[in-house]
Design a protein around this ligand. Structure first.
Ligand code: MRU
Length: 357
């Protein structure tokens, strides 16, 4: 399996996704500030991977603390969490993971646990989140595979694969699971301007697994749909609002509208940690604005005239009405999403075990 990130005795090791597909190199973050930089600079990216990276950042920061009193450690934990939370605003998994680590810390600190034991427990918690993430991806695959065509072409946007998670992937995990179950699937990967997650990352990891992949420019999907060449669409998510509206990489909304116009099913695959019950609708999801140079420059070369105004929102929100189903690790959500989401959280609380095959 592709090693997206890994806890090591001397830090957290990240596959440098800014260098793929041409170079497979690693960046070792040896303190929590470096983990924050790795997330902000998109050396690691993708909602679930960002979440687990932040959890490991908290574990690393606490484990390196020189604090000798719980009061001093409390203050450090707050700073560590705030630093990691300030990296990227849209993927809710980041905030979910930091909160889970803070909750764990607070429970141990309140119970009077000695500091060395707190440190060990936080490292264990982050490693457990890593394992849970892979298990959730596998379970999404098991639930979602039957939705994909037995034979056909599936379009995906951005990278919601092993590289965006701790392994296996959400949307690409469903594709992997379908292929493992004998489906004959060709993948169309939108290039995903401006950061090219589709062209660089999705194509790289699917070809790594021998899954046939064709890279499309972002403006080709409509024409291919009209010709009947796309049979399903599956994407990941950065944050799903309580009503099912879904923020994902910029361009996802256009693909969803096109899919509906052409009668093609449009699926979202995401773990429950991506669903934000505190956010009512897609309009309430904060959308990250990234640097203009991602748009103006390609491989260091300027592509636009000086003076041209630039927009670079990294995500858009797709209204729930365009989404055929949301695939989670606990099962499939369908409209009306507000209700099915609430029911799924109840079901997960009552029966947390995941399907494994
Ligand atoms: C399983 S990852 C789902 C999403 O995080 C993914 O589709 C996406 O939009 C990633 O954006 P990125 O800006 O590369 O972090």
């Amino acid at each position: 399996m592709i090693p997206t990130l890994e806890w090591l005795p001397n830090g957290v090791n990240f596959l440098d996704q800014t260098k793929l597909p041409l170079e497979e190199t690693y960046v070792l973050a040896t303190d929590y500030q470096q983990v924050a930089t790795v997330i902000r600079d998109m050396i690691v990216r993708g909602a679930p991977a960002i979440g687990v990276s932040a959890a490991m950042g908290v574990a690393l920061g606490v484990s390196q603390s020189k604090a000798t009193s719980i009061e001093a450690l409390n203050a450090e934990v707050a700073t560590i969490g705030d630093t990691l939370a300030a990296t990227r605003p849209t993927a809710v998994n980041l905030f979910w993971a930091i909160e889970r680590m803070r909750d764990k810390y607070n429970a141990l600190a309140t119970a009077g646990t000695p500091i060395p034991e707190i440190k060990a427990a936080l490292i264990k918690e982050a490693q457990q989140m890593y394992d849970e993430d892979i298990a959730a991806c596998k379970a999404m695959g098991a639930h979602g595979a039957p939705l994909l065509p037995q034979e056909g072409t599936v379009l995906t946007h951005c990278n919601a694969g092993a590289l965006a998670t701790c392994g296996y992937g959400t949307a690409l995990g469903v594709i992997r699971a379908a292929v493992e179950r004998g489906h004959k699937i060709d993948v169309y990967a939108d290039e995903t301007r401006p950061y090219l997650q589709g062209a660089r990352l999705t194509a790289w990891e699917l070809l790594h697994d021998n899954i046939p992949t064709t890279v499309l420019c972002d403006n080709m999907a409509g024409s291919l749909m009209r010709q009947g060449k796309i049979h399903a669409v599956i994407v990941g998510a950065d944050r799903i609002a309580a009503n099912g509206d879904t923020a994902n990489k910029i361009g996802t909304y256009s693909v969803a509208v096109l899919a509906k116009e052409h009668g093609i099913p449009f699926y979202v695959a995401a773990p429950l940690s991506t669903i934000d019950l505190q956010t009512a609708t897609g309009d309430d999801i904060p959308i990250e604005q990234r640097s203009a140079t991602e748009v103006t420059h390609s491989n260091g070369k300027q592509m636009t005239p000086n003076g041209a105004a630039i927009q670079n929102p990294a995500f858009d929100a797709t209204p729930a009405k365009y989404i055929t189903a949301i695939i989670t690790e606990h099962g499939i959500l369908r409209t009306p999403y507000e209700q099915s989401i609430r029911d799924m959280f109840d079901k997960a609380a009552a029966k947390p075990e995941l399907v494994t095959a």
